[in-house]
Design a protein around this ligand. Structure first.
Ligand SMILES: NC(=O)c1ccc[n+]([C@@H]2O[C@H](COP(=O)([O-])OP(=O)(O)OC[C@H]3O[C@@H](n4cnc5c(N)ncnc54)[C@H](OP(=O)(O)O)[C@@H]3O)[C@@H](O)[C@H]2O)c1
Length: 224
């Protein structure tokens, strides 16, 4: 299959690329081609663009189209979090999270629909977060972007009925930041889920996942 993964140079996106890389042709994007350090994925198509900017998304899609005119799976994984109380967050920090976590997924999906419509197994996966459903102090803007993308994906699924599957992953903490805590999922856990859901004929509409010991509440240990 031809699979595009955003934010694939590290963290969850890299784990997905490694899990899917042997059997599929991958199109991987991060901020810069230099971000791709892992040797095992360098045989795939690598792109470097700042997906916060619509002009850069357009350039990315133009370059992508020189390499393929169809796609089977789009994994909208890219995202960022600024962990601060809203009163302490700068305007740029608000804007960047909305642009990357919400707008870039919509714009990229819109621009790639013609490529996905050429596939008889088209599937769009959105990496949301349990922040969309919980309410953790310090995550106001991040949670809003994740709740927004989940609702967007729910309606897109209905609009794409019969043409493409749409899945949403809501995850609690995943250790992409070198934590020594044992109470987090591993990036490979999310990659396993993605591998499973894109291999099935039925649609996994939404999945909620977290470590068995995951802290669940409002004022988290990591809240500012
Ligand atoms: N980690 C968690 O606990 C957790 C939990 C729930 C949901 N999620 C979601 O899962 C997704 C992946 O998270 P992660 O923890 O794996 O992230 P991460 O480790 O911070 O990796 C982010 C990836 O996105 C790329 N990226 C960042 N800003 C970009 C931009 N402006 N344009 C293009 N690419 C950009 C990075 O590329 P560079 O290397 O070039 O910077 C990198 O490949 C996100 O949507 C996140 O919200 C994460």
């Amino acid at each position: 299959m031809k699979i595009l993964i955003t934010g694939a140079s590290r963290g969850i996106g890299l784990a997905e690329a490694k899990a899917l890389g042997e059997e599929n042709e991958l199109f991987l994007v991060a901020t810069s081609i230099a971000s791709f350090k892992d040797e095992s994925i360098k045989k795939h198509h690598l792109f470097g663009y700042d997906l916060r900017k619509i002009s850069e998304i357009k350039k990315f899609v133009d370059e992508l189209k020189t390499k393929t005119d169809s796609l089977d799976v789009l994994i909208n994984n890219v995202g960022m979090i600024v962990l601060k109380k809203f009163k302490d967050m700068s305007l740029d920090e608000i804007n960047d999270q909305v642009d990357l976590n919400l707008k870039s997924h919509m714009i990229l999906t819109k621009m790639l629909l013609p490529l996905l419509e050429k596939s008889n197994k088209a599937h769009i996966v959105f990496m949301s977060s349990m922040a969309a459903k919980s309410g953790i102090i310090g995550e106001s803007v991040y949670a809003a972007t994740k709740a927004g993308i989940s609702k967007f994906a729910d309606i897109l699924r209905k609009e794409m009925r019969g043409k493409a599957k749409v899945s949403i992953i809501h995850s609690w903490g995943v250790n992409t930041f070198g934590s020594t805590s044992a109470d987090l999922l591993k990036p490979e856990d999310i990659a396993d889920i993605v591998k499973y859901i894109i291999s099935k004929d039925f649609v996994v509409e939404s999945i909620d996942v977290g470590h068995i010991n995951q802290w669940r509440g409002g004022n988290a240990p990591w809240s500012p």
